[in-house]
Ligand binder design. Structure first.
Ligand SMILES: Nc1ncnc2c1ncn2[C@@H]1O[C@H](COP(=O)(O)OP(=O)(O)O)[C@@H](O)[C@H]1O
Ligand SMILES: [Mg+2]
Length: 254
């Protein structure tokens, strides 16, 4: 089975959503280099909802940024839907990111000068879809969120929970293989956080592959699997069926 996206690129849907092997990343810093990732191996099959937990500074955001091709690994390989996010040029990575990755952050990164509908439609227009097709998909997404009536307002009038759900739906505009969410509830009150988790649950039920970084165990409980990270490594997971965690962690049935 193949899916054809806006750039008519056939997708190898037999490849896992994500394969990470031997990834290391060190940042140069004034006092001493920071070894942010010290050998990460991780395979995530399609349709899985994974939560990644760990103390501040353990490398969670660095891992997401590398998966998204926003930063380059020093060592190791990353494949998203079978396409390599390591070793190519920045342009190669941008193309794979547009095809396969949706990303949301703690602070919503909405474009305040555009309407809600335009915010959601923009990534698909950038990826080369017609405005009409992009807006039709954007309306469907707003429907799914239950904020179709807010299509023509500016994001500033929305609640925190609505804003973050809007950011998530914008991240889904190109039907990404992988949705990456870096502490998406971190800036929300508990009602807003619940709205976001409820949306992630619905997306997961519809088959979306999700990696969610969170500090909050209640939030992480929504996921199929919880991975614990310490000092630049994945150290444990909650999926008892997988047995003790070895050097490679495989999530979901491949
Ligand atoms: N661009 C950077 N330059 C220097 N150090 C960085 C940079 N990005 C992250 N770090 C360092 O790498 C480590 C991991 O950071 P990060 O991945 O943001 O952790 P987390 O998201 O788990 O809190 C931290 O010690 C952080 O200070
Ligand atoms: Mg972080």
């Amino acid at each position: 089975m193949t899916k054809t996206d806006a750039t008519t690129h056939p997708e190898d849907t037999s490849a896992p959503a994500l394969e990470v092997h031997g990834v290391r990343k060190t940042f140069e810093a004034e006092i001493a280099p920071v070894r942010a990732l010290r050998g990460v191996d991780l395979t995530i099959s399609r349709g899985t909802f994974v939560a990644l937990m760990g103390p501040s500074g353990c490398g969670k955001s660095t891992l997401l940024n590398l998966i998204a091709g926003l930063e380059e690994a020093d060592e190791g390989t990353i494949q998203v839907a079978g396409e390599s996010m390591t070793g190519g040029t920045e342009d190669d990575h941008a193309l794979i990111r547009r095809r396969h990755i949706g990303i949301v952050f703690q602070f919503f990164n909405l474009l305040e000068g555009m309407t809600v509908l335009e915010n959601v439609a923009l990534p698909a227009i950038i990826a080369g879809r017609s405005r009409k097709a992009a807006e039709t998909r954007a309306r469907d997404l707003l429907d799914l969120l239950g904020i179709a009536d807010k299509a023509s307002v500016m994001p500033g009038v929305l609640s925190g929970g609505q804003r973050q759900r809007l950011a998530i739906s914008r991240a889904l505009a190109n039907e990404p293989t992988l949705l990456l969410a870096d502490e998406p509830t971190g800036a929300l009150d508990s009602a807003g956080g619940s709205e976001v988790i409820e949306l992630l649950n619905r997306l997961h039920a519809a088959g979306q592959t999700i990696i969610l970084v969170t500090h909050d165990a209640d939030v992480a409980a929504a996921a199929d699997t919880v991975l614990a990270m310490r000092d630049g490594r994945i150290v444990a997971d909650s999926d008892a069926a997988m047995g003790p965690v070895g050097p490679a962690t495989t999530i979901g049935s491949l």
